[in-house]
Design a protein around this ligand. Structure first.
Ligand code: NAI
Length: 462
């Protein structure tokens, strides 16, 4: 049989498998799902397309979904985030995966398309950033005659448009059929969730979606404590620069910004925060960080990190004013936080994979990480397994919910109930030696909760 995967080097599978074995010991939530649901196989019949960074941790997620009965095909949601040994281990295990670290944008969309190629078509999406969902929904509209991208504004848009037109030419009606077959999507990240709410507001979301990001055990852990470990890891592996004493600017003080500022300050950098939201600005100030505008510090800071999920946060006029050898990177989902396109006509010197030195007109050089794509996954290996276990346990529960009870949901965006959020947290306590206290009946009645939870009202913010 022809091979049904695209990976960099299948001989890396044995190395990938060893790291997978280690990761499993750090992912108690996913392993508990295998124990709880491994015999009943609630995902039997689900044909899940995954579009999420193809890392070792994701490999443990994939094998959990398979153990729960699903058929799975996988692509990465970012051209630089794949760990080739993880992809090889998954391919060797028999799950089709299409992902290479450093793939081109054209390959990115081609690989996503290939991940939909189940013999009977896909019926579920597990998304990170919304590319798989958008591919199907934009494709269906273009198939119906709309030209959604008459003049593509970026290399990204050129690539997605070309792939959609190719699929329409090869298999007319494919997008409409796939759109009709999809029963639900679970979305991993803030940016993808924004896209889903936006689609729903416009009446363009045809299936139910679970917002995994806003489970407390996702965004308040992965986005925060995950970035706290992986941001500095990425900068160090890329540059080996001394952090202590450097001035670092973190743009945005949401969950990722909080983790990123903590990461840099933990490494000894002096951290300055920029924000547009007065609440987050006040939080940053009261956490001890100077809060000011990028304009004020752009000439003096050493390291710049965007965490906003917004666009054009570091603009070309900022980069022209930065000091020689300033380090510039992004940890938000897309690369448009930094105006990388405006640097294309400058002199680039590649230092190593995902590290470039760019000469500005005044002779100053910038070190740009991962071409402005999320640097913790491009320059390092993303978040550690333990925190990804919490995120991915939410993903598994969301997939089970949508697959087994999807018909009880109208199209819309939903969050998993609090008792499941608490369950995900509970599954991670033993591994780090946490002992919970227990409410007695009187105490529980006094604060108005059940002794077994949920322990907080819906409006509680953690
Ligand atoms: P968030 O919404 O909690 O935080 C973003 C913050 O940026 C907000 O407080 C907002 O007020 C601020 N902001 C927006 N525009 C700004 C501007 N022009 N200048 C300064 N501040 C501005 O979102 P969250 O969860 O922190 O996620 C941020 C991004 O990181 C998203 O794209 C998300 O998908 C991505 N993400 C990346 C991860 C990674 O491992 N690299 C992990 C989790 C999320």
């Amino acid at each position: 049989m022809a091979k049904d995967y695209i990976v960099k080097d299948i001989t890396l599978a044995a190395f990938g498998r060893k790291e997978l074995d280690i990761a499993e010991t750090e992912m108690p939530g996913l392993m508990a799902c295998r124990t709880e649901f491994g015999t009943t196989k609630p995902l039997k019949g689900a044909r899940i397309v995954g579009s999420l960074h193809m890392t070792i941790q994701t490999a443990v997620l994939i094998e959990t979904l398979v153990e729960l009965g699903a058929d799975v095909r996988w692509a990465s949601c970012n051209i630089f985030s794949t760990q080739d040994h993880a992809a090889a281990a998954i391919a060797e295990g028999g799950t089709p995966v299409f992902a290479i670290k450093g793939q081109s944008l054209e390959e990115h969309w081609d690989y996503l398309d290939k991940s939909f190629a189940f013999p009977d078509g896909a019926n579920m999406i597990l998304d990170d950033g919304g590319d798989a969902t958008l591919y199907i929904l934009y494709g269906a509209r273009m198939e119906a005659g709309e030209d959604l991208l008459p003049v593509p504004q970026s290399e990204e848009e050129v690539a997605i448009k070309a792939q959609i037109l190719k699929r329409i030419a090869e298999t007319p009606g494919w997008f409409a059929k796939t759109k009709a077959d999809i029963q639900g999507v679970s979305e991993e990240t803030t940016t993808g969730v924004h896209r889903l709410y936006d689609l729903h507001k416009k009446g363009e979301l045809p299936f139910p979606a679970i917002n995994v990001n806003d489970s407390v055990t996702k965004s308040k852990f992965d986005n925060k404590y995950g970035c706290k470990e992986s941001l500095v890891d990425g900068i160090r592996r890329a540059t080996d620069t001394m952090m202590a004493g450097k001035v670092a600017v973190v743009m945005g003080y949401g969950d990722v910004g909080k983790g990123s500022a903590a990461s840099l300050s933990g490494a000894g950098a002096r951290v300055i925060v920029t924000e547009v939201d007065p609440i987050c600005a006040l939080q940053a100030a009261m956490d001890g960080f100077q809060v000011t505008t990028l304009d004020d510090v752009v000439e003096t800071a050493d390291i710049f990190v965007t965490t906003t999920g917004n666009k054009d946060v570091i603009r070309i006029e900022h980069m022209r004013r930065m000091k020689d050898m300033a380090i510039v990177g992004n940890i938000g989902h897309f690369d448009n936080e930094i105006q990388v396109a405006a640097l294309k006509n400058h002199k680039w010197t590649n230092i190593k994979e995902q590290v470039d030195m760019i000469e500005m007109p005044n002779g100053h050089r910038l070190i740009l990480l991962s071409e402005g794509r999320l640097l913790n996954l491009g320059n390092a290996t993303g978040h550690p397994s333990f925190v990804m276990s919490a995120s991915f346990t939410n993903q598994v529960l969301a997939q089970i919910e949508l697959w087994t009870k999807g018909d009880e949901y109208q199209p819309g965006v939903y969050i998993l109930p609090k008792h499941l959020d608490e369950k995900v947290a509970r599954l991670h306590l033993d591994r780090i030696g946490v002992k919970l206290s227990k409410l007695d009946a009187e105490q529980a009645a006094y604060i108005g909760v059940s002794p077994d939870g949920p322990f907080k009202p819906e409006h509680y913010r953690y």
